[in-house]
Each structure stands twice: as C-alpha cells, then as structure tokens.
Design a protein. Structure first.
Length: 172
C-alpha cells in the first residue's frame, strides 16, 4: 500500500536522507531533474536543505509517497510570489524511486499536487520535462498541454544538452 502525505518543513528536514535517496536513485537512473552526478550526495542533500525555507514560508509544498514506511516518491508545488503570477503554481521534482515505478504513484502524486494548487486558488499549473521523456505521456493523460520546447536546455547525466518541453494545465 502506498500512502501519500504532505510534509512540513520540520518533517522534511528530518527526512533529508530519505529525500536524497530518492533523488539520487532517480539521477543514477538517468532522470533529468537538475542534477548530472548521482554520486554527488552533498549537492543533492544541499538541494533539499535549500527547500526548507520555502516550505516554512508556504512558497512551496512537498508531497511524498511511502510504502511500508519507506519514502519512495516526491513532488513539489511552488507558488509564485510575484503579483502578476499569484494565480499560478509550478510542479517540480516529480520523482519516483526506480524500484517503485509502474505502480501509479506518479499519477497519484500529480493528482494530489493539482488538488493542493486548487486549494490555494491557483488556476494555472506549469511544469517542464525533458523532451521525449516517458513522463510526458503521464502529463498528457492527466490533461496537460504542451506549450513548446526549448532546445539545448539542460545538461544530461551523459554530458549532452537536451531539450525541455514546457507544459501547462488550466484549473477546471
């Protein structure tokens, strides 16, 4: 059974190692999520530490999925602080540990992330994903729309520059 829960900043701080384990495993498996060296544990842990203040302030929310008390997946919802963007939220760090994939966890996390954004009154959701990534099919199946792509956007774990696809979803 998979449980999905919202983590507070203090709960996330206590879970830095588990959050880092998931991120590290995803990067090692080739995920394009901002990191290019899965062995660089310090940078991965620093990323999660850097999110704590945004979690405390409410600028971001972090959902996690657990199986048998083990953290196996994450997704973040970020809220724009700028006056002209207060109607939108950005989805990021949808990560599912390779050992927990193909169980519907990513779909459930995305549905919960969308619900969180709706509770905050957000009417537009945005995200980006590596062009051609399997995640694109998930997003499309959830009603997301491709806005376009940017070539040579991000370095990969293979040392190549890859395109990213920008997507959006209007709240219903």
């Amino acid at each position: 059974m998979t449980d999905i829960m919202l983590l507070s900043a203090s709960e996330a701080q206590q879970q830095i190692a588990a959050l880092s384990d998931v991120l590290q495993a995803c990067v090692a498996d080739g995920a394009s999520v901002g990191f290019i060296d899965a062995a660089d544990r310090q940078t991965i842990e620093q990323f999660w530490h850097s999110r704590l203040s945004a979690l405390r302030s409410g600028d971001q929310q972090l959902l996690v999925a657990r199986q048998a008390e083990q953290l196996v997946a994450t997704v973040m919802v970020g809220y724009s602080a700028m006056p002209n963007g207060r109607h939108r939220a950005e989805i990021s760090k949808l990560l599912v540990h390779p050992a927990a994939r193909r169980q519907g966890i990513a779909r459930r996390l995305m549905q919960q992330a969308e619900a969180l954004a709706a509770q905050q009154g957000k009417t537009l959701l945005v995200l980006d994903t590596r062009s051609g990534d399997v995640a694109t099919d998930l997003y499309l199946s959830l009603g997301w729309t491709i806005a376009g792509s940017i070539p040579h956007y991000a370095g990969s774990v293979q040392g190549e520059l890859e395109a990213t696809t920008l997507m959006y979803k209007r709240a219903e």
